[in-house]
Design a protein around this ligand. Structure first.
Ligand code: CA
Length: 226
């Protein structure tokens, strides 16, 4: 369940937001002033923050600035008052992702919330099922078949293949592969990528030394083609 924090002091707006978001299946938390809102953001993990500008104790701009200064990248949807164009611009400059102008309809707000949540998770919009050559892959079930026969890939090889297919036709560098498949905080030599690519080729290619799908691009990286 996705968690949304609403930082808003106007009771009626807060209640309406809470009700509508809960109806949509979100887990909703709230704070009625800027300071409390900020401390909640520091202490908990949210998927989205809805932030009003005019707030007691600390205004929404300062809350937004502080959140970004702390390196927290949770999407922020700002609530701005009608016709205050300057607020929208300032909010976006401070690191807000989008804004909704008051008064807004629940429907409009929900649409913005959904769009922001979707945008925030591009990596998770992965490919579930893919077919190339005589290979069929089900990334969700971690199953792969070659000529109708089950073959075995490690979780890392699945991730590697998924990344390459996602970037079909593009050259991806070893560093990009390391960042995405191994993760930023793991220290691995770029050559490790080559080793795993070789293993993957042995499993999926008919003639691994002359690969048809996972091709090397000299001194840069790899490319998935079909
Ligand atoms: Ca307010």
């Amino acid at each position: 369940m996705e968690k949304i924090l609403i930082i808003e002091d106007e009771e009626s707006i807060l209640m309406a937001l809470e009700d509508n978001l809960k109806l949509e299946g979100y887990d909703v938390a709230s704070a009625r002033d800027g300071e409390l809102g900020l401390s909640k953001v520091m202490e908990n993990q949210y998927d989205l923050i809805i932030l009003d500008i005019m707030l007691p104790k600390m205004n929404g701009f300062d809350v937004c600035r502080r959140i970004r200064q702390e390196g927290i990248s949770t999407p922020i949807l700002m609530l701005t008052a009608k016709s205050q164009e300057i607020d929208k611009v300032l909010g976006l400059e401070l690191g807000a992702d989008d804004y909704v102008t008051k008064p807004f309809s629940p429907r409009e707000l929900i649409a913005r919330v959904k769009a922001l949540l979707r945008r925030a998770k591009p990596q998770e919009q992965g490919i579930e099922f893919y077919h190339f050559g005589d290979i069929e892959v089900d990334f969700k079930k971690y199953e792969i078949k070659k000529k109708g026969k089950q073959i075995y890939l490690t979780a890392l090889e699945f991730a590697l293949l998924h990344f390459l297919i996602k970037h079909k036709g593009e050259v991806v560098s070893r560093d990009a592969i390391l960042d995405e498949v191994w993760g930023n905080d793991v220290f691995v030599q770029p050559r490790t990528v080559d080793k795993h690519i070789a293993e993957l080729r042995k499993k999926i290619e008919d003639d691994p030394p002359n690969p048809k799908f996972v091709v090397g691009v000299r001194s840069i990286g790899y490319k998935f083609v079909e």
